[in-house]
Design a protein around this ligand. Structure first.
Ligand code: SF4
Length: 458
């Protein structure tokens, strides 16, 4: 109801965010940490933060998400959380027996200024970290950044703590998949395997947050990148980083630390971006693209041809994370749709210029904002309505308010089930995405059709 009071008139706001288009840094750090096999994420702060982060991930993935917390109370808030964290490390290794504890901070512990490496060294000196077990960390103050930067930070921590070089280059290729669904990570691995490439994908939440129902609870599911694999990334032939915001910091760190050449690509969402991804892997590895991949590409092309008439010049409004939106925009433009309002909550210099470049041939004014919010997006929509909206579950209120078809895409999706099992990357992912978009458009057409034009065949 309150959304109906959103005014059309847009005024510049500097110090106020309304309906943020992002969530907090530790959520991304926790998600990335779950992509290491036998890793227990640890939230260094109060219990409330940890409960919020776990519940957001659980609601999105519909899987139990395990994480520990330093459980700050008044004492820790005043004197610092060192004693809590040392005790937690001892308890966690004794009771839950992970191979890795991945610590991320929260607003509170960052404001206090707790020095996590120093606390981990103290725990090590006191014999609280068993032989062959690890404590890694990332700083995730949530008054800056977003879940995307938290994810990027934890992924970089995997490089900082584990990657090593023995001086012998291997044929292996590192792929940093970015903040995508477990099913997307699985699809990226499948594509690499189809090409006959040995790849280390990190982090890798497939088979962790989209695991099968076996009837037996496993605290540490089978999925996740293994520690020896992370160590071996330092000797890989190259790193392919998918997405500037989520993956580039880790790829750069690996280059600096172990001299592993890195390529920055956009997320392989849509035909063109998937072509670039496959071509890059093919070139680095010196392999040919098999018929099986060409077949998938041909199917996506066929679907685009069949659906194009319904997409032509349809206006779209997008809210989401920067890496996803860049590739999604390119995909939509390639099928002649017009993304005219694009908002991400994550700040970043290159986002706006890249979206403008992708949309430069659209004969319509384009609104784009990095570090924006859904209130601004709503105002744009009120001024210039769209045929379709795509974004996370929070966008559904605006979609209902404005009576606009809505496709859920991105993070978090809290009110639907199944998205973590089906990829949106690669040619197959592109097919699924287009099907969802067309369903939304045609469902609306059917709903609004007068009886005489309510057609059986489209
Ligand atoms: S924004 Fe800060 S205080 Fe709030 S849940 Fe996230 S880490 Fe905790």
């Amino acid at each position: 109801m309150l959304l109906r009071h959103t005014p059309k008139e847009v005024r510049e706001r500097k110090a106020l965010t309304i309906n943020p288009a992002k969530t907090c840094q530790p959520i991304g750090a926790m998600y990335a940490a779950l992509g290491i096999h036998r890793c227990l994420p640890h939230s260094h702060g109060s219990q409330g933060c940890c409960a919020y982060h776990r519940s957001t991930l659980t609601r999105h993935y519909k899987e139990p998400v395990m994480a520990a917390t330093s459980s700050f109370t008044e004492g820790a808030s005043v004197f610092g959380g060192q004693a809590n964290l040392v005790q937690a490390i001892d308890n966690i290794f004794t009771i839950y027996e992970p191979d890795v504890i991945a610590v991320h901070t929260t607003c509170l512990s960052e404001t206090i200024g707790d020095d996590i490496p120093q606390i981990a060294r103290k725990a090590q000196a006191e014999g609280k970290i068993p032989e062959g077990k690890f404590v890694i960390h990332v700083n995730t103050p949530s008054y800056v950044g977003s879940h995307v930067t938290g994810f990027a930070g934890m992924t970089k921590a995997m490089v900082d703590y584990f990657a090593a070089s023995n001086g012998k280059r291997s044929e292996q290729i590192n792929i940093i998949p970015g903040y995508v669904e477990p099913s997307d990570m699985e699809e990226i691995k499948r594509i690499a395997a189809e090409l006959g490439i040995k790849a280390v994908v990190f982090p890798d939440t497939s088979n962790v947050l989209n695991r099968p129902q076996t009837g037996k609870y496993e605290m540490y599911p089978k999925g996740g990148v293994r520690i020896p694999e992370l160590v071996s990334t330092g000797d890989s032939k190259a790193t392919v980083a998918l997405g500037r915001m989520a993956s580039w910091p880790a790829a750069r760190a690996l280059d600096v630390k172990c001299n592993v050449r890195c390529e920055l690509l956009e997320l392989p969402i849509g035909l063109a971006a998937t072509d670039v991804f496959i071509n890059t892997l093919r070139t680095i590895a010196g392999v040919s693209v098999p018929d099986s991949i060409n077949l998938e590409r041909g199917r996506l092309l066929d679907i685009i041809t069949d659906m194009h008439q319904y997409f032509y010049q349809k206006k779209v409004g997008l809210v989401g994370d920067p890496d996803q939106l860049i590739s999604l925009c390119e995909f939509l433009v390639s099928v002649d749709m017009w993304p005219i309002h694009v908002v991400t909550g994550t700040s970043g210099k290159k986002f706006e210029s890249r979206i403008r470049e992708i949309t430069k041939n659209i004969p319509h004014e384009i609104n784009v904002r990095a570090g924006g919010d859904m209130f601004l997006f709503h105002q744009w929509v009120k001024n210039e309505p769209v045929n379709l909206m795509m974004g996370n579950s929070y966008l559904k209120y605006i979609a209902r308010d404005e009576d606009i078809p809505f496709v859920r895409f991105g993070f978090p999706i809290l009110d639907r089930v199944g998205h973590s099992y089906f990829p949106t990357v690669g040619y197959r992912g592109g097919m699924r995405l287009l099907e969802k978009i067309l369903d939304a458009l045609l469902d609306r057409q059917d709903r609004d059709a007068p009886e005489e034009s309510f057609e059986l065949v489209m």
